[in-house]
Design a protein around this ligand. Structure first.
Ligand SMILES: Cc1cc2nc3c(=O)[nH]c(=O)nc-3n(C[C@H](O)[C@H](O)[C@H](O)COP(=O)(O)OP(=O)(O)OC[C@H]3O[C@@H](n4cnc5c(N)ncnc54)[C@H](O)[C@@H]3O)c2cc1C
Length: 382
């Protein structure tokens, strides 16, 4: 296992960290409290080039590799940017635009990628359905060819950015009998006839991201908006989910660092029994364990990123290890952070309260912790 960071990458990380701390973080607590996506934050992320990071410059991106994308996410999390906006960025950049870029033809790339990379348009990705979550291959949204269009019928749920998105990469089946081999990807614009979204869900965490159902009622999608090849959609979705298990996890790593720093400071300042609480072994051990977990989680995530950069297209084992580890142990770190803050940790004024709510998502979204274990054990027993 070999990976390191170049001077340029570290400079990039530090620049993002400083910018985010000064310009973005002051806006985050209110956005979370109001459960409101902030277009002001979105614009600032766009101004930094963070909404099109991995795409070539000719498409409006920065041509960053996966490790650099992780460093950017980690820096934002470390600065204290809320996970709601980080999720919005992740769904937009990695789940939507990257799929479009990787599998789109030149006309599709030219039409969509620059607008998405600049942040002028917002993207989302629709895979999950009310009856098909972990078992995504059982999705029921259908696509039937009629003349020069495809007619989509069905619905999706839990779709990040759906209420504010201009375009959605949608997975539908052209032949249910073929199961996963019938699943095909489509590029659906919000103004296409028969496309609509539901009311945003009120969520436990990642509150500044907007999440809703998506409906297709005889939704008309032009032939030229088929993404890639018929029947290859499930493979694309799998490749996409590897982002869920790498760059989308990086902000959680940064978030763990942020919590550790907050806790170390608080433990030095908070006095009980005439001593700062950092002098109690129970608190010292919590802090030490949080650091051990964060460092291990970081290695797991950058391992996946470096494999992706090295050109391995599918890294299911390492990706699932990273996802399960960050999900479960990241939640533990957030829970211990609240514990160190005691009653104050339960109050919104301190960011660890939000971070515990946000951390729960990493055990669910993009494949649950149980499903990651299923994948890992299947690969071990092939
Ligand atoms: C905030 C948020 C944002 C999201 N954003 C998106 C998005 O942008 N696009 C998108 O397509 N989806 C999105 N999702 C959906 C997410 O990926 C799914 O919620 C997730 O895959 C789990 O599916 P489910 O909710 O249907 O749970 P289920 O699959 O019903 O699982 C319920 C429970 O059963 C367990 N379980 C299921 N199958 C097995 C098994 N074989 N073995 C052991 N245990 C099992 C699960 O681990 C879980 O504990 C989002 C979800 C949330 C909450």
């Amino acid at each position: 296992m070999e990976f390191g960071f170049s001077e340029e990458q570290l400079l990039f990380r530090d620049t993002i960290y400083k910018y985010a701390k000064n310009e973005i973080v002051p806006l985050c607590a209110e956005a979370d409290l109001k459960s409101e996506f902030s277009f002001e934050i979105w614009k600032k992320l766009g101004d930094m080039g963070l909404l099109g990071l991995p795409f070539p410059e000719e498409y409006g991106g920065q041509g960053a590799d996966v490790v650099t994308c992780c460093l950017a996410g980690e820096a934002l999390g470390h600065a204290g940017v809320d996970s709601g906006h980080m999720l919005a960025l992740g769904a937009h950049t990695y789940l939507c635009t990257d799929t479009l870029f990787k599998h789109g033809n030149e006309a599709q790339r030219k039409k969509y990628v620059p607008k998405l990379a600049s942040g002028e348009w917002i993207g989302c990705m629709g895979l999950t359905e009310p009856g098909a979550g972990s078992d995504a291959a059982s999705l029921q949204t259908t696509a039937v060819k009629k003349g020069d269009r495809w007619i989509l019928n069905g619905s999706k749920t839990f779709i990040t950015n759906a209420p504010i998105a201009n375009v959605c990469v949608v997975y539908a089946t052209v032949d249910k009998s073929k199961k996963h081999a019938g699943i095909t990807a489509f590029i659906v614009e919000k103004d296409f006839k028969g496309f609509s979204t539901g009311k945003p869900f009120h969520k436990m965490g990642v509150r500044a991201s907007t999440t809703s159902e998506v409906f297709f009622e005889d939704c008309e999608v032009p032939e030229e908006n088929v993404l890639g090849n018929i029947g290859e959609g499930f493979m694309y979705a799998h490749q996409t989910l590897e982002w869920d298990r790498s760059a989308l996890l990086a902000p959680f790593i940064g978030g763990m660092q942020f919590m550790i720093e907050q806790c170390a400071k608080y433990a030095s300042e908070r006095v009980q029994f005439d001593k700062p609480i950092k002098s109690f072994q129970a608190i010292q051990h919590k802090l030490a364990d949080m650091k051990v977990i964060m460092e291990a989680a970081r290695l797991a995530v950058y391992r996946v990123a470096s494999l992706k950069d090295a050109g391995y297209p599918i890294n299911h084992l390492q990706a699932s290890i990273a996802k399960a580890f960050v999900g479960d142990w990241g939640f533990k770190v957030a829970s211990e952070a609240v514990q160190i803050f005691g009653g104050y940790g339960y109050i919104h004024d301190y960011p660890v309260e939000r971070m515990l709510r946000d951390a729960k998502l990493a055990q669910i979204g993009g494949g649950t912790s149980e499903v990651q274990r299923l994948i890992i054990s299947r690969l071990l027993t092939l």
